[in-house]
Write a protein that binds this ligand. Structure first.
Ligand SMILES: Cc1cc2nc3c(=O)[nH]c(=O)nc-3n(C[C@H](O)[C@H](O)[C@H](O)COP(=O)(O)O)c2cc1C
Length: 160
């Protein structure tokens, strides 16, 4: 049986970007920080995100079948922390001027990239749900990504 601490340490060796996944259902908007994001297919254009079953965001995606993935820039570390913290989780969007693209999921400004998605498959996977989404629309900016490695935000630009 794999030790859970070893498992977490090993997973921490995967360097990733950081995203915020948002959704809208029954008049409510919500979103959370997510690193479990991947491209899946070019034709049709598919991506996936993994959402903890106990998260509020999961509840909204389950109800509405829509989500928007925001790939964060280096300047958005505070936003990442805000959307990961359980403190004031219902005030995450306060002071943010959101827009929408195709699905109606809230779109945060100034992100490195945004993928607006409709859920085409939801797979039960342990304590998470894997949501495969068809990308209805996408945008990007020419800015530097926020990176995450071994439980911390990183800047590898000065390293060999
Ligand atoms: C860097 C980072 C990556 C995260 N990745 C995920 C993830 O892939 N899936 C997930 O469900 N939660 C992930 N989380 C945790 C959620 O952001 C956190 O539990 C959040 O408070 C859930 O919000 P909600 O319950 O209000 O929707 C991550 C947190 C951080 C800081």
């Amino acid at each position: 049986m794999l030790d859970q601490e070893v498992f977490k340490t090993v997973l921490g060796r995967w360097a990733s970007g950081v995203t915020i996944v948002t959704s809208r259902a029954e008049g409510k908007i919500h979103g959370m920080t997510v690193s479990a994001f991947s491209s899946v297919s070019l034709e049709p254009p598919l991506v996936l995100v993994c959402a903890d079953k106990s998260s509020i965001t999961n509840e909204l995606i389950e109800k509405s079948g829509i989500y928007a993935v925001h790939i964060l820039s280096k300047e958005q570390q505070d936003l990442s922390n805000k959307f990961a913290s359980k403190k004031d989780e219902h005030r995450r969007f306060e002071g943010i001027n959101c827009s929408t693209m195709v699905t109606g999921a809230p779109v945060l400004p100034d992100c490195l990239a945004v993928l607006d998605c409709t859920v085409v498959a939801a797979h039960d996977a342990g304590d998470h749900i894997v949501y495969v989404g068809r990308v209805e629309d996408a945008t990007n900016l020419d800015v530097t990504p926020l990176l995450y490695y071994q439980g911390a935000y990183r800047d590898f630009s000065s390293e060999e």
